[in-house]
Design a protein around this ligand. Sequence first.
Ligand code: DGT
Ligand code: CA
Ligand code: CA
Ligand code: ZN
Length: 575
Amino acid sequence: MTRENLAEVLEEIALLLELKAENPFKVRAYRQGAEAVRNHDGDILQRAKDNDLAGIKGIGDALRDKLHELASTGRLGFHEKLRAEFPAGLFELFDLQGLGPKKIKVLYETLAVGSIADLKTACDEGKVAVLPGFGAKTQTKILEAIALKQTFADSFLLGGISPLVEEILDLLRTHPEISRVSAAGSYRRGKETVHDLDFLVATREPALVCEDFTTLPQVASVIVCGDTKASVRLKNGLQCDLRAVSNAQFPFALQYFTGSKEHNVAIRSLALKQGLSLNEYGFTGETAGDHEIHEEADIYRALGLDFIPPEIRENRGEIEAAAEHTLPRLINLEQLRGTFHNHTTASDGRDTLAAMADEAMDLGLQYLGIADHSKSSFQANGLEETRLLEQIEAIRTLNAGYENFRLFAGNEVDILKDGTLDFPDEILARLDYCVASVHASFTLTEEEMTRRICRAMENEHVTMLGHVTGRLLLRREPYLVNHAMIIDCAAETRTIIELNCSPQRLDMDWRWWKRARDKGVLCAINPDAHSTMGLHHLGLGVRLARKGWLRKQDVFNTRPLAEVEAFFKLPKSRR
Ligand code: DGT
Ligand code: CA
Ligand code: CA
Ligand code: ZN
């Protein structure tokens, strides 16, 4: 059970009540409750467990008891009863892009649509287009959304599932018969999306451990349960495989099941050249007895390699580097000193300047860059000149009260269609720094889009480029850009490129960072936070930076405050 689980249950109740045409105030109370749970500063889960929710704004009496029941027992009778009134497949519909509760209600009531399959049939038969308030265009959009969802059906965001994974790992760690525990597979390698989760445990009682795994509270159904492995499907649809091995096998199994497959194939052929045969249980072959293996690192050492961090096990040069002892010393979260690209209530953020600054200080940061939207992003309440200048003033006032901490006044300025910026240079010059991003006109050709972005980077006031491709993982395709040219242009113009670490972006993609780094382009790990909680995504950004081979010196926001201040004062050509 996590904070997010609590919020999701409340949100789902709101939707179901809406489907039942219940009192809109009641519906809104649940929605507000979900918001309040998400935004609460303290440990809301503990408070709910302790029945200590009195006085929290947005959580009324009725919600208080329900949250207590949910947090302390893991379920909520009211929610389960409500859910049972509807077909199970109906809940899939909520995940479709562009389909809100009002439309779902009509589909359910007039066409008895109770699943995505039903909806697809109804669209194919043209029944949706003729419904009042729908039309042919909506019907086509729905079909597209269904197709998109099916493409991504078996994928999950790394950042979305990590709280759940950590929860399961914690539970496994407390099992008396389990001595070692790890996640493996794409999750351990820090892939931006994962298909299924792979857990590995060392135990003397594999069958018992497998059975206990299948009864974890997060499990919805059991796919298989054997003597040494089990597969389950979690309530959110994610499949999890568990393998139970002996303590001696553990390092080999961990190495094998971490992958990637390509990395493993290359490692195995290297081993064979040395007369060693390697599989998930151990070494065999003439010289197998020469090596004592306790940890994964011992396996790499036996092959003459330095330890390869899981994030870079993609067979993209890491094995050669490990043999030559030239692996990069990858960045760590503790090395970050601050971050840029964060929103506040001035545009579309949920928390104030002061609240964002406080959270940054609590996280141990020395500085926080504020980059609210610019005026063309009107849908995000972008700032026009007057409000921007007011914000600069407000930041100055707050800074006067801080010790050993500073807010930087920036802006996320829109890159307009022709590559010019949303503010004139005189305004930009008054900022400490500026992030330039594309937020509209996504459909340009690759050549046009690349030219547009490069033109923006040529501006003296553009410190960094925001989310390079605008992708929303599992939801929206990236706009077309030529990464190689953008990296070259960033190097030439001394423009920093952002690694946007909002879980659905993780943009620029990890596959491009080594190239950028080798050209001398700096990275800024930016959470694009729209609330204080958003700042907590920095850890995810660091994982992706590691996956992109980045070291401390490649990441701008590892620099201490004084160096960042000095950097911003230099003309771009001297940075
Ligand atoms: P995904 O698709 O996000 O689940 O990605 P992975 O990498 O977690 O893939 P998965 O779950 O199929 O397998 C976990 C690891 O097990 C994989 O990274 C490497 C290893 N593995 C699986 N199948 C093979 C195979 O056929 N050959 C080798 N060498 N390794 C394999
Ligand atoms: Ca996997
Ligand atoms: Ca698997
Ligand atoms: Zn943006």
